[in-house]
Design a protein around this ligand. Structure first.
Ligand SMILES: *Cc1c(COP(=O)(O)O)cnc(C)c1O
Length: 452
């Protein structure tokens, strides 16, 4: 049976940790009935807007932007050339979430949104805040006293903990961040310095999340930010799509059939790239093509989408170890909330070796002066998959795409809070590895669950 033949190819490719591109056969199918609506997306954007003055009150570094937490979009022709791509293949941009204020990563989008929504709802219920009231009240002494009787907990490989922890602590919440023991020491130190309780757990990210969820259930007045299923995180990420649309318009980059938009997003559990994809598809429909990038050791979203939503699956089930230096992407099992939403929206997923991440982050440093953490460099190899791999080319043919007018947005997701010595180590590793290359393999689209 051909489908079995194809599926065992994909399975073997994943198991051998070969970089590969998987194209989503269900792109364009219908969304689940409980998918977020346009109203939900608008509400999240409105929340972030009305809370901006509050954010400016809480964080001095936001006074320049009036409390808005957004990132710039940078033209990236030098990086494009260094990556061996030419101008006939479209124009490259980098979306600089690595430099998002306060949290230093893409997690600021979802994390701040969820903590702000929680603070609003507690204050509304208490009567401290009215629906139209000035959100700066949430930084008042009375609000701090109120929030001090509530706990915010989260399980994280690091960056989500930083985002949730810093804002929740600033508002006065009791704050607990559950981390796996391999989370970076500087992230733990940074949180502890802000009064956050950091609990370390043996094992991977999923263990830290599970332990956090359990402790939260046993604690009264405790809100657990659930990275594996939170709608509020997802909607916070989705709100970022509108800002990108504005930036593209300002940069004179239209998005239509003759000017398709390609977006390359590093994926861990799926919330951040999933939310942004969802928001972008709502704005641009079939003229935006979103691809996720996952480490070869942790292709959890690829695996789940290829198998289908009925059967929850983790990368351990196919013999992978989920060991990668891309700590923001080291997730064994995709979000069961986001996976089904991506089934109809996502164009595909490609996998990346750690070696490639180091080579690419060095290129970003040398050509643009941008310092990324390994996870954040996963988007850089995206355009080459489209132009050089057989699967990428077939995608362009199937969708009748001429890349001349295309815009490629590489979503850089973290790095600005990483200490300098770590950056030097990352870049040194890139120098050692320069010359190692991605090997393109043919694409296949379905894993037969019977192969597991
Ligand atoms: C968390 C993270 C991602 C991916 O976000 P998910 O919601 O886990 O998919 C990408 N890059 C960095 C730097 C991250 O911290």
């Amino acid at each position: 049976m051909p489908s079995t033949l194809l599926s065992s190819d994909l399975l073997a490719g994943l198991q051998q940790r070969r970089p590969l591109l998987w194209l989503n056969p269900n792109l364009g199918s219908t969304l689940p009935v409980d998918a977020p609506h346009a109203d939900d997306l608008a509400e999240a954007a409105a929340r972030l807007q009305r809370c901006a003055p509050l954010m400016a009150t809480l964080f001095a570094e936001l006074s320049d932007t009036g409390g808005k937490v957004e990132s710039i979009l940078t033209a990236a022709e030098p990086l494009q050339i260094a990556a061996g791509q030419n101008q006939q293949q479209g124009a490259w941009y980098i979306k600089r979430d690595d430099a998002l204020a306060v949290a230093g990563s893409i997690k600021a989008r979802g994390g701040f949104h969820e903590v702000l929504a929680l603070a609003e709802s507690i204050a509304l219920e208490d009567g401290l805040l009215t629906p139209d009231g000035d959100r700066r009240l949430l930084a008042s002494e009375r609000a701090r006293k109120l929030f001090a009787t509530h706990t915010v907990a989260v399980g994280s490989t690091g960056n989500l903990g930083l985002s949730i922890g810093v804002l929740a602590a600033a508002l006065g919440f009791e704050t607990v961040v559950h981390m796996s023991t391999d989370a970076k020491p500087w992230k733990k130190d940074r949180l502890r310095a802000r009064g956050v309780r950091v609990v370390e757990h043996e094992g991977d990210y999923a263990k830290a999340v599970a332990a956090g969820r359990e402790e939260a259930l046993a604690t009264s007045r405790c809100h657990f930010v659930d990275d594996e299923r939170s709608r509020m995180l997802f909607l916070g990420y989705a709100a970022g799509a509108r800002h990108l649309a504005l930036q593209l318009a300002e940069a004179g980059r239209p998005v239509d059939a003759a000017h398709p938009l390609f977006v390359y997003l590093p994926c861990g559990v799926g919330g951040a790239p999933g939310g942004l994809t969802y928001g972008l598809k709502a704005l641009f429909g079939r003229n935006v093509h979103c691809f996720f990038a996952e480490p070869v050791a942790s292709p959890c979203m690829l695996l789940q989408l290829a198998i289908g939503p009925q059967q929850p699956v983790s990368v351990y089930d196919i013999g992978l170890d989920n060991q990668t230096d891309a700590d923001g992407l080291a997730v064994g099992q995709a979000s069961p909330f986001v996976g089904p939403l991506m089934a109809s929206q996502l164009s595909g997923v490609y996998t990346v070796r750690d070696e490639q991440l180091y080579v690419d982050l060095l290129k970003a440093k040398q050509t643009m002066g941008i310092e990324l953490e390994p996870s954040a460099a996963a988007g850089i190899s995206g355009p080459a998959w489209l132009t050089l791999s057989p699967g990428g080319r077939s995608y362009l043919r199937t969708h009748d795409i001429d890349l001349t007018g295309a815009t490629h947005v590489i979503w850089a997701t973290g790095g600005s809070l990483v200490p300098q010595p770590e950056h030097r180590r990352f870049q040194e590793r890139g120098r050692e590895l320069r010359g190692s290359q991605t090997h393109f393999v043919d694409t296949v689209s379905v894993i037969d669950p019977r192969c597991l």
